[in-house]
Design a protein around this ligand. Structure first.
Ligand code: ATP
Length: 318
């Protein structure tokens, strides 16, 4: 896998007034990889994902930098070299235009093509994502699509212009389990077909394990652990990652053990120490006093004073 970064994020900070919700993230997204952002609700995943597209909320102050290779302007490349698959497909589609017209408009926004040519590309894109009878369905409106079909249409929209990076923000949250798998499969197929990298935002470690190459585990707006999925999930070095892993079902997809007690802190209630310390079984005095820096341990980066002591999660934390 080429190591030159496609997208470089340096010391990304996103704040609302005095409150910092994303607190200094640094990472690269490499060509063709699937890079997962994982963490509990409120960790800052969506804010980070949006910042990658230059789409932070209006009232947010954004510090640090996000750069695409070649140093091009992110906002200008949104929809072209970097695209979004949002959580809620309806929000990405206009209710007043047929789906095919919306795709054709996306095509014509970056290529000089006739309406007919763009429409043909739109139908082909819908066909590729598995919309049955695509030529007819292209003339239908979003409300005439099922939830799974809408999400696939949004994937078609995000990949039709063959971007370098697709950012998918919890693309399957609104779907039932069967459709979830279908949509993830379609997303993987389309990403491969156009040769894009994928930034996949999820709170689900099963999805990370099955679909991602590298993972950034976020906690309270910071990186807890960052590295190849096999290393990070195979032998976590951040107690937070270990706790998340131990919460995975042991004998069936529906059972989640309540291993990680407590809830993440609100961004306006952080103390001087490690944000995870109040929930961490390994926490000692230094953890409450000073935030750990990211350090390289065992082929990944970890922010933990006890990175070297984190036990096998499934023995110790359950
Ligand atoms: N517009 C906003 N104004 C103020 N605070 C915000 C705003 N948007 C997000 N936040 C805060 O920033 C933090 C991170 O939010 P974000 O949506 O990125 O979390 P997340 O990890 O994506 O969670 P979820 O899985 O629930 O979507 C949260 O505490 C949230 O309350």
């Amino acid at each position: 896998m080429p190591s030159e970064a496609l997208l470089s994020v340096r010391d990304l900070r996103i704040s609302f007034g005095e409150v910092e919700a994303v607190r200094g993230l640094t990472f690269d997204v490499r060509p063709h990889e699937v890079f997962a952002l994982v963490g509990e609700s409120g960790a800052g995943k969506s804010l980070t994902a949006r910042a990658l597209l230059g789409m932070a909320p209006r009232d947010a102050t954004v510090g640090g930098s996000v750069r695409l290779r070649d140093n091009v302007d992110l906002a200008a490349e949104r929809g072209r070299r970097i695209t979004l698959v949002p959580q809620d497909a309806l929000s990405a589609l206009s209710p007043v235009h047929p789906v095919g017209d919306q795709l054709a408009a996306a095509v014509r926004s970056v290529r000089r093509l006739s309406r007919r040519e763009a429409q043909a590309r739109a139908v082909a894109a819908l066909d590729r994502v598995g919309i049955p009878d695509a030529a007819r369905r292209a003339r239908a409106y979003p409300h005439e699509y099922s939830g799974g079909m809408r999400q696939r249409a949004v994937i078609a929209m995000a990949t039709v212009n063959e971007p370098d990076v697709v950012v998918a923000d919890e693309p399957t949250t609104a779907l039932d389990e069967e459709r979830r798998e279908q949509v993830l499969r379609v997303l993987a197929e389309q990403r491969e077909a156009v040769g894009a990298a994928l930034v996949l935002v999820t709170h689900d470690l099963d999805v990370v394990r099955d679909h991602a190459d590298r993972v950034l585990v976020m906690y309270a707006g910071r990186a807890a652990e960052l590295g190849p999925v096999r290393q990070v999930l195979g032998r976590p070095r951040a107690p937070y990652t270990a706790g998340l892993l131990a919460s995975l079902p042991q004998d069936g997809p529906r059972r989640r053990l309540p291993v990680l007690g407590g809830t993440p802190p609100a961004p306006d209630a952080l103390g001087p120490g490690c944000a995870f310390a109040p929930r961490c079984p390994l926490a000692t005095d230094p953890c409450h006093d000073r935030e750990p820096a990211l350090q390289a341990v065992d082929g990944r980066l970890v922010a933990c004073h006890h990175a070297a002591d984190v036990p096998d999660p499934l023995r110790k934390f359950v």
